[in-house]
Design a protein around this ligand. Structure first.
Ligand SMILES: C[S@@+](CC[C@H](N)C(=O)[O-])C[C@H]1O[C@@H](n2cnc3c(N)ncnc32)[C@H](O)[C@@H]1O
Length: 364
C-alpha cells in the first residue's frame, strides 16, 4: 500500500490520480490535514476496505476512521467514484469534475479523431452542457431546475448564461450536493438540494424550465420522472431531456447479453426507453414534443473512437509512449487495467450499435 501526502495548496489535486485503488492519501491544506469527502470523490479514488491491513499512523487515524472516507454506499455512486478503470481513464483524460456528461464533439468520424484526441474532455463537456442549455431557451427571471445536476456544473453554466434566472440543482446523492455547494458557493440565485427525479421536492407549477442531462438512464421509472417534471413546470414551460435510448424496441433484446450487462454494471442502469416510449410517456404526462435531435455522431460515437484509439495505442509499446506523453497519468495503468479498458470499450461498442444519444425538447 502506498502512503501519500499532498499539499494541495501547492501541488493541485490532480496528483491524487496517480494513486492506485488501494492507496491511501492524506491532503494537507495550510499545514492541516484535510479530508473532506468531495475532494476524495472529485478525484475518484475509492478508499477500499482492502485486505491489505496496514497499521495506521496515529496522526492519520482520525481521518481514516472518518465516515466521509468510508466506501461509497449508493450503487449509482459506483459509476462515478473511480471503482471502474474506465472512469479512471476518463479522469486521466481531463474529464470532469464539475460536469459528468460525456462531452459534445464538433468533429465526426476518423478524420475528426486527431482533433478530438487533442482537445480536453472538460471543454467538450462544457460544450455539451451549453448545447443542451440552448434548447432550454431560458429567459431572465425564469426559475430553472437542473434535475440530476451531478456536481452542479451545468447549473452553474445556466446561471452564468442567464444571470437573472434562478437555478436550482437537484440530485439524488448527498455527496454530489455537498460537492456542488463546495464548488459554487454563495452565488445568489443558484442553489443545490438533494432530491429524487421521480419525486421532485418542488411545488406544482413552480418552474419555467427543467433540464435533465444524461441522467434519466439511471431512473428506474422514467415515466414517473416525466410526470414529475410536467407537474412542477408552469404552463408554457419547457423540459429538455438528454438521454440514451434504444435504437428500436427490438434492441432491448440485447439487454441481458454479457457485454450489455457489463455496460449496465459500469453505469448503473437497468433499462433505456425507446424514442417511441419517450414520446408516449411525454404525451401521457401532459407534455408536447417540440423537437428531437440525434447527437449520437457528436457524443457517443466520437468518444467511442477516442476510447478505441487509446486501447489500440496501449496495445503497442510505441503507442503507450505516445499515450504517456499526451496523458501522463496513464503511466500508472497496468496491463490488467488496459485489458479492462479494452473489454469495456468492446462492450460499449456493442451497446452503441443498439442505442442512440438523443435530445428531447418537451413543452407544457
Ligand atoms: C451522468 S451524471 C450527470 C450529471 C449532470 N446532469 C451533468 O451533466 O453533469 C448522472 C446523475 O444522475 C444522478 N441521479 C441518478 N438517479 C437519480 C434520481 N433518481 N434522482 C436524481 N438524481 C439522480 C446521479 O447522482 C448523477 O449525478
Amino acid at each position: 500500500m502506498l502512503e501519500f501526502s499532498l499539499n494541495f495548496a501547492d501541488s493541485g489535486f490532480g496528483a491524487t490520480q496517480l494513486l492506485t485503488p488501494t492507496s491511501r492519501f492524506t491532503l494537507f491544506y495550510e499545514g492541516a490535514p484535510f479530508a473532506q469527502s468531495p475532494v476524495k470523490r472529485l478525484y475518484s479514488l475509492p478508499i477500499q476496505e482492502s485486505s491489505h491491513k496496514v497499521p495506521e499512523p496515529s496522526s492519520a487515524a482520525a481521518i481514516h476512521s472518518s465516515p466521509v472516507l468510508s466506501p461509497v454506499l449508493s450503487p449509482i455512486s459506483q459509476s462515478y467514484n473511480g471503482t471502474h478503470t474506465v472512469f479512471r481513464l476518463l479522469r486521466c483524460s481531463g474529464w470532469g469534475p464539475e460536469l459528468m456528461n460525456l462531452g459534445y464533439f464538433p468533429h465526426r468520424g476518423w478524420l475528426g479523431l486527431p482533433g478530438n484526441l487533442l482537445v480536453s474532455l472538460a471543454g467538450r463537456q462544457q460544450q455539451l452542457a451549453m448545447e443542451a442549455i440552448k434548447h432550454l431557451d431560458v429567459k431572465p427571471g425564469d426559475h430553472v431546475i437542473d434535475i440530476a445536476c451531478g456536481h452542479g456544473g451545468a447549473a452553474y453554466i445556466l446561471k452564468c448564461s442567464t444571470p437573472a434566472a434562478r437555478v436550482s440543482g437537484i440530485d439524488l446523492l448527498a455527496e454530489n450536493i455537498l460537492l456542488a455547494n463546495d464548488m459554487f458557493p454563495r452565488i445568489d440565485g443558484l442553489s443545490f438540494a438533494q432530491g429524487n427525479a421521480q419525486d421532485l421536492p418542488m411545488a406544482d407549477q413552480s418552474v419555467e424550465r427543467a433540464l435533465c442531462c444524461e441522467a434519466a438512464f439511471h431512473f428506474p421509472d422514467k415515466a414517473q420522472f416525466l410526470r414529475e417534471a410536467a407537474r412542477v413546470l408552469k404552463p408554457g414551460g419547457r423540459l429538455v431531456v438528454v438521454d440514451f435510448v434504444w435504437r428500436s424496441a427490438e434492441s432491448r433484446a440485447i439487454r441481458d447479453h454479457e457485454l450489455a450487462r457489463h455496460v449496465r454494471d459500469v453505469w448503473q442502469w437497468d433499462d433505456l426507453f425507446t424514442e417511441a416510449e419517450y414520446h408516449a410517456a411525454g404525451t401521457a404526462a401532459g407534455l408536447r414534443l417540440a423537437r428531437e435531435v440525434d447527437w449520437t455522431n457528436h457524443v457517443t460515437r466520437p468518444l467511442q473512437e477516442i476510447f478505441e484509439a487509446d486501447v489500440w495505442l496501449a496495445q503497442r509499446s510505441w503507442g503507450r509512449r505516445v499515450l504517456h506523453d499526451f496523458q501522463p497519468l496513464t503511466r500508472h495503468f497496468s496491463d490488467a487495467d488496459w485489458a479492462a479498458v479494452a473489454y469495456t470499450a468492446a462492450a460499449h461498442r456493442f451497446v452503441q450499435q443498439h442505442s442512440r444519444y438523443k435530445v428531447f425538447v418537451f413543452d407544457k
